[in-house]
Design a protein around this ligand. Structure first.
Ligand code: PEP
Ligand code: MN
Length: 346
C-alpha cells in the first residue's frame, strides 16, 4: 500500500494537480501536511484550516482518501470536522508524551485510523508508549511509520534508519500495519528507491512517500519529493517479495537450511557457556592473586585480533566488535560477582 502526496498542502491548485497525477496511476490515499512543524520560525508553517477544504475537494472529485499530520487536540478536532480519513502523528510529536496524550484524548470514541511515526530519538519505548496511549483511548485502527532517527553522526541519509529498532517493533507487534517513509529517511530523491526496496525486503506493509507536482518549487522538503510520474516509475522498479509460500521445493530447501542454522546456534550456545566457565575460573584465580578484573590492554588486543581474524572470514568489523563486546561485558559481570560475593580467599 502506498500513501503519497506533498510534504505540505501549499495551494488548492498544487494539491489538486498532485492528487490528479497520483490518482492517475492508482494511488488511493493522499498525504499532505496542513500544519508543518518547522525547525526555524518564519518558514512556511502550513496553510492550516483552508487546506482541509482542499483535501475535502480531493475526496469529493477524485474519490481518494486523505491524510494529514496532527500535533494537538485542536488539529484533531479540525480534521474530524472536515472529514479527514486518516491522521498521523509526526516524529517531533511522538517524542512528547503530553501532546500524544492530548491527541489520544481528543480521538477517544472516534474510529479514524492513526499512524504513529517513530520519535526523533531512537527510543523504542517512547514509540510504543505513544501507541499505548492511543490504544487506551480506544483507538483500534493503529499503524506505524518508520522515518528514521536524528543523529549527530555524519551520514548520507537525512535520518538514520537503525532498522534493528523497526525490526524489534515488528517482532513485538507482528500484526501492526507497518509503513516506511523513505522521503524523510533519505532526505534526497536519490535514496528513495534503495530505502523503499529495503522496506519491502523486510516485509513492511507499505510506504509513505512525498510527491509534489513541481518539487523544485516546494515550500518544504523540496530535495526529497518526486513528481507523480517519477514516483510511478520508482514504484514500478521495486521488487515485491512474497511474505511466505507453500511451494514444496522452496519449503524443503528452506527447512534444510533452517535446521543447519539451528544446529549451529546450539553449538554457539555451548561454546559461549564453556567460554564463560573459563571466565569464572579466571575470576577466581584473579581473586586469589588480588588482581583487578579489567586489564584494558589485554581486552584491546583480543578485540583487534578477533577483528583481523573475522575480516579474513568475511565478518565485518562492526559485527565482530558488537559480538565480542557483549561477550566481554558478560565475562566482566560474572567475574565481578565472584569478587563481590565471596569471602576473601585465605
Ligand atoms: C512530514 O511527514 O512531512 C513530516 C514532518 O515528517 P516527520 O514527522 O517524519 O519529520
Ligand atoms: Mn516533509
Amino acid at each position: 500500500m502506498v500513501i503519497a502526496g506533498p510534504c505540505s498542502a501549499e495551494s488548492e491548485e498544487q494539491v489538486m494537480e498532485t492528487a490528479r497525477g497520483l490518482a492517475a496511476f492508482g494511488i488511493h490515499v493522499l498525504r499532505a501536511g496542513v500544519w508543518k512543524p518547522r525547525t526555524h520560525p518564519g518558514c512556511f508553517e502550513g496553510a492550516g484550516i483552508p487546506a482541509l477544504k482542499w483535501l475535502q475537494r480531493v475526496k469529493k472529485e477524485l474519490g481518494m482518501k486523505v491524510a494529514t499530520e496532527v500535533a494537538s487536540a485542536g488539529h484533531v478536532y479540525a480534521c474530524l470536522k472536515y472529514g479527514i480519513d486518516m491522521v498521523w502523528i509526526g516524529a517531533r510529536t511522538t517524542a512528547n508524551p503530553f501532546l500524544v496524550q492530548e491527541i489520544a484524548d481528543a480521538l477517544e470514541d472516534t474510529d479514524i485510523p492513526v499512524l504513529v511515526k517513530n520519535p526523533v530519538n531512537p527510543d523504542l519505548d517512547l514509540w510504543i508508549g505513544a501507541l499505548e496511549r492511543l490504544n487506551r483511548a480506544g483507538v483500534t485502527k493503529l499503524g506505524v511509520i518508520h522515518r528514521g532517527f536524528s543523529t549527530s553522526q555524519k551520514i548520507a541519509y537525512r535520518n538514520d534508519p537503525i532498522w534493528k529498532i523497526a525490526i524489534e517493533l515488528r517482532t513485538r507487534y507482528p500484526s501492526l500495519p507497518f509503513f516506511a517513509d523513505p522521503s524523510h529517511m533519505g532526505g534526497s530523491r536519490e535514496y528513495l528507491q534503495e530505502i523503499s526496496q529495503w522496506a519491502l525486503d523486510l516485509g513492511l506493509e507499505g510506504l509513505m512517500v512525498e510527491s509534489h507536482c513541481d518539487p523544485s518549487c516546494a515550500l518544504s522538503d523540496a530535495k526529497q519529493q518526486l513528481t507523480p510520474p517519477e514516483l510511478k516509475q520508482m514504484l514500478e522498479s521495486l521488487v515485491v517479495r512474497d511474505s511466505d509460500t507453500d511451494n514444496d521445493a522452496y519449503r524443503s530447501g528452506i527447512d534444510a537450511l533452517r535446521s543447519r542454522i539451528d544446529v549451529i546456534d546450539e553449538g554457539l550456545l555451548a561454546t559461549l557457556a564453556s567460554r564463560l566457565e573459563i571466565s569464572r575460573k579466571i575470576g577466581t584465580y584473579k581473586k586469589e592473586h588480588n588482581i583487578a578484573i579489567i586489564q584494558a590492554s589485554r581486552w584491546d588486543s583480543i578485540l583487534e585480533k578477533m577483528i583481523a581474524e573475522g575480516a579474513a572470514l568475511g565478518l565485518s568489523r562492526e559485527f565482530v566488535t558488537a559480538v565480542f563486546t557483549a561477550i566481554h561485558e558478560e565475562s566482566v559481570r560474572v567475574q565481578n560477582d565472584i569478587l563481590a560475593n565471596d569471602t576473601p580467599v585465605q
